[in-house]
Design a protein around this ligand. Structure first.
Ligand code: KG4
Ligand code: ZN
Length: 337
């Protein structure tokens, strides 16, 4: 089965073709970062308009690269939500229309299920069940993944998502957008022990997160110190250390609670080197295993949408003729397949 995947939920146009025999056979990614950088964050209307400019072109590019005709495609998968409504509508409209004109199946995909299944595109694939830590710009979720589509939310952020905390703190520190990767790079030059940030909500039971206090802590630390390069690096170090430590503490609890020995980390922040190292060390210590996608499949991409769509189509799911975007769509509302 060959599935075309279309991702347009935020500021990346991601297109890919997943072939159940050969894996991902072609892909293209266009990032709108430059477009939004001068505003310090994503401007939804600009995002939608840029997706309109790019999506159809990239679909054609990917089809040419894979040397496929419309008749070779068995299904079109597009991100249906959650995300920016205008941006989602571009992908959903084009995806549903292509499937209609090509005479193949269409399937709307949950963006976070795409992230969650992305490690399955690697050679070392996790088996169900497992605990998933989904950390992106919009979500921080700890999920008990029992089977495809059977997701129990164990914990989530009550305010800022982990990626959002990275981005907002980076902005306070005068770094560019998106700040996550830049803050992480700056932290590598920082030294341990000079500052200590809190580990929010770890002093009480439960698996929810709260990251908004960390940016305030960073702002206060910045105010009370010189803003020389080393100080900035030391603040970045302490911030990253606190986020990673907090995520590790909650993952430990979730693994104990569920009894699972497999941990999946996915979403943009799962590209973070320290997070991978720390979770890897812990899983080795308890005789478990950690799984994550390659960096290009951590952040938004078309391959994860093509793959998630393939999994659902293969299980018999299929969307009707309506075109629908679901900007707010809890992952727990997904149906098992
Ligand atoms: O999954 P994603 O591409 O988009 C959403 O669905 O939100 O995640 C983007 C987020 C941004 O907040 C970005 O700053 C963060 O992931 N990010 C990182 C790193 N790479 C991307 N955060 C920390 N360290 C990184 N290396
Ligand atoms: Zn994402």
């Amino acid at each position: 089965m060959k599935v075309l995947g279309i991702e347009t939920s935020c500021d990346e146009t991601g297109i890919a073709i997943y072939d159940s025999e050969e894996g991902v056979i072609a892909q293209a990614l266009y990032s709108q970062i430059e477009l939004h950088a001068e505003y310090g964050g994503v401007v939804p209307e600009l995002a939608s308009r840029d997706h309109i400019r790019k999506t159809a072109l990239l679909v054609r590019q990917v089809m040419n690269e894979a040397q496929l005709e419309a008749t070779d495609i068995d299904g079109v998968a597009f991100t249906q939500g959650p995300g920016l409504v205008g941006a989602l509508l571009v992908g959903a409209t084009l995806g549903r229309s292509l499937a209609f004109s090509w005479g193949c199946k269409a399937i709307g995909v949950h963006h976070m299920e795409g992230h969650l299944l992305a490690p399955m595109l690697e050679d070392n694939r996790p088996e169900f069940p497992f605990v998933a830590l989904l950390v992106s710009g919009g979500h921080t979720l700890l999920v008990d993944v029992k089977a495809l589509g059977e997701y129990e939310i164990l914990g989530e952020s009550i305010d800022d998502a982990a990626g959002e905390a990275f981005d907002k703190t980076a902005k306070i520190m005068g770094l560019g957008y998106p700040g996550g990767p830049q803050l992480a790079a700056l932290a590598e030059k920082g030294s341990a022990g000079r500052f200590r940030f809190p580990r929010p909500m770890t002093d009480r039971p439960g698996l929810d997160f709260s990251f908004s206090g960390l940016k305030t802590f960073a702002a206060n630390t910045l105010r009370d110190n010189d803003d020389d390069e080393q100080t900035l690096a030391d603040i970045a170090y302490a911030f990253q250390e606190a986020v990673v430590d907090t995520l590790l503490i909650k993952c430990r609890r979730a693994l104990k609670e569920t009894g699972h020995k497999r941990l999946v980390i996915a979403g943009g922040v799962s590209a973070n080197k320290l997070l991978r190292e720390e979770l890897g060390k812990y899983m080795t210590k308890i005789g478990g295993e950690v799984f994550y996608p390659r960096p290009a499949y951590c952040t938004d991409n078309g391959a994860m949408i093509a793959y998630a769509g393939f999994c659902r189509l293969q299980a018999g799911a299929e969307d009707g003729m309506g075109i629908q975007a679901r900007p707010r769509w809890p992952i727990s509302e997904l149906e098992p397949v």
